[in-house]
Design a binder for this molecule. Structure first.
Ligand code: C5P
Length: 236
């Protein structure tokens, strides 16, 4: 199914799909990194869990009219996706304050943020993925003002769908990160949506069910990712 390795990232490898120009195979790794790669570890089964979770979420979104690069799950750790022209932007949507916004703006953790806050980060490891404004994004990311508006609108639509999904699972979606790419002139959701890229809190206990347990060293990453998958399996 896969041919040449094109790129290896922190959490995934990207291969050209064999004999299918325009398609890629994403292979989810067991590696976990935090703080821009400063903290690293490997957890057997993490790649499988993120592939299962992300595949289900992309399918859930597709059924609700949100197209992504996702075509199908191939096996335990791999997905077939459409190749996109990468937009070097990380789009973060925040419903509840946590992480960098609490440090940057002095907002207390768990403060409700309504309307949700959309933030843009320039995806560049050497610079530590800095927070940028709209004009920076237009300048740096090869997108037009209209495309940027479309990206923000899509991010908020995705937030509505995911918030509804996770509420049904007894989980608070505090925040998450999205990436987008271009296929010809279309803007499509890409990368992954998983506990690596979301903050997910159990509604009753407020326990963290996401990568913060690794970042903060407060729990077993495999157990909490399994918990999210089990809850998702019950409905999608
Ligand atoms: O660190 P920060 O609070 O800005 O993260 C906001 C959200 O974006 C979190 O859910 C985090 O997991 C996600 N994120 C990510 N990849 C990054 C930075 C943040 O998935 N490079």
């Amino acid at each position: 199914m896969k041919a040449d390795l094109l790129y290896e990232g922190k959490a995934k490898k990207v291969y050209q799909a064999a004999k299918q120009l325009g398609k890629l195979v994403l292979s989810y790794k067991d590696d976990a990194t935090a703080f821009n790669g400063e903290k690293r570890a490997s957890f057997a089964g993490k790649g499988h869990l993120n592939n299962e979770i992300s595949s289900r979420i992309f399918e859930y979104l597709r059924e609700r009219g949100i197209d992504s690069h996702f075509i199908e799950q191939l096996n335990e750790t791999e997905q077939l996706v459409n190749k996109t022209e990468i937009i070097p932007l990380e789009v973060v949507v925040r419903n509840v304050a946590a992480g960098s916004i609490t440090r940057r703006l002095g907002i207390e953790e768990k403060t409700n943020l309504y309307p949700p806050i959309v933030e843009l980060y320039y995806k560049k490891d050497e610079l530590g993925d800095p927070l940028i404004n709209d004009e920076h994004a237009i300048l740096l990311c090869n997108i037009t003002p209209v495309e940027l508006q479309e990206i923000k609108t899509k991010a908020l639509q995705i937030n509505n769908h995911l918030s509804e999904l996770f509420t049904g699972l007894g989980v608070i979606l505090a925040d998450f990160k999205l990436e987008f790419g271009k296929i010809k002139d279309d803007i499509v959701l890409s990368d992954e949506i998983s506990p690596d890229t979301c903050r997910l809190w159990d509604k009753e206990t407020m326990n963290k069910l996401d990568k913060d347990v690794f970042r903060q060293g407060t729990g077993n990453i495999i157990e909490v990712y399994e918990e999210i998958l089990h809850r998702l399996e019950a409905i999608v």
